[in-house]
Design a protein around this ligand. Structure first.
Ligand SMILES: Cc1cc2nc3c(=O)[nH]c(=O)nc-3n(C[C@H](O)[C@H](O)[C@H](O)COP(=O)(O)O)c2cc1C
Length: 239
């Protein structure tokens, strides 16, 4: 978003009382091809405002002109800050967002956020995320990556933070392999998000205490924000 890069997110428009701000984080999976579909679907949900944050690799899979909302990337973060009084983009965006959805979440960024690495705009927002707000994630990777035991460990870690998994599906992937790892259908993602939007996301909720270490991978969200969400995780190699 070259020209808009100097703006503070949400500063140019007054926010309607009922608006829910949805931040879409997109990473370098081939499923990022579906970003235009996801964004246009989100914009059809009443009261939803959308902004996108992207990794550099994700940019390879969509055309910026197909995305009718602001898109921010690492360049914007660094161009926006020149002196002490300047806003820090990842903090402004985590403040702006009522809900974040990582779609697709690739294996690389999954690994980073599950271990606290924050070396780009997307991972900095997740690292600074307010755990009282919902964060949903849609894993998307090759079946061989999916089947590696580290995937289940990392997803369990995210679920233990209270993040909500929208499970990947089984199909013949772009590379020809058949199996789990494909991102959930956009219609499924929109359904989950619509049910989140039924509640007033602008009011913080109390999360349950973190589970004890070593607990098995959860397939349903741990947060009381999401009783409508029924999430079915496919089998994983380690389970
Ligand atoms: C054509 C192509 C498709 C890819 N698809 C995926 C994918 O679906 N899932 C995944 O985890 N990685 C995929 N990758 C690898 C990631 O793009 C790579 O790990 C990259 O470093 C991710 O960077 P990011 O997490 O910063 O976006 C793909 C790479 C290429 C070249």
């Amino acid at each position: 978003m070259d020209d808009l890069a100097k703006e503070i997110p949400g500063s140019t428009t007054s926010r309607p009382a009922s608006a829910v701000n949805v931040l879409v984080g997109v990473t370098g999976s081939v499923a990022a091809l579906k970003l235009p579909l996801l964004v246009s679907g989100l914009l059809q949900i009443p009261g939803v405002e959308v902004q996108v944050v992207t990794t550099e690799r994700a940019k390879h899979f969509y055309s910026i002109q197909d995305i009718p909302v602001p898109i921010y990337s690492d360049d914007d973060e660094w161009k926006m800050w020149n002196r002490r009084s300047d806003p820090v983009l990842h903090i402004e965006l985590r403040r702006w967002a009522d809900l974040m959805i990582l779609a697709p979440l690739d294996a690389n960024t999954l690994g980073k956020i599950s271990s606290g690495i924050c070396d780009n705009l997307v991972t900095c927002i997740v690292r600074a995320w307010d755990l009282k707000k919902p964060l949903l994630f849609c894993p998307a990777m090759n079946t061989a990556m999916w089947d590696h035991p580290i995937t289940a460990e990392q997803i369990e870690r995210l679920c233990n933070f209270g993040y909500i998994e929208i499970a990947c599906i089984e199909k013949t992937l772009m590379c020809g392999d058949k199996g789990y790892g494909a991102m959930a259908e956009v219609s499924t993602i929109l359904e989950k998000l619509s049910s989140q939007e039924d509640r007033d996301l602008r009011y913080p909720v109390t999360l349950p205490p973190p589970p004890a270490a070593g607990r098995p991978h959860i397939t349903a969200p741990a947060t009381p924000l999401s009783p409508h969400i029924v999430i079915h995780s496919p089998p994983r190699a380690s389970m």
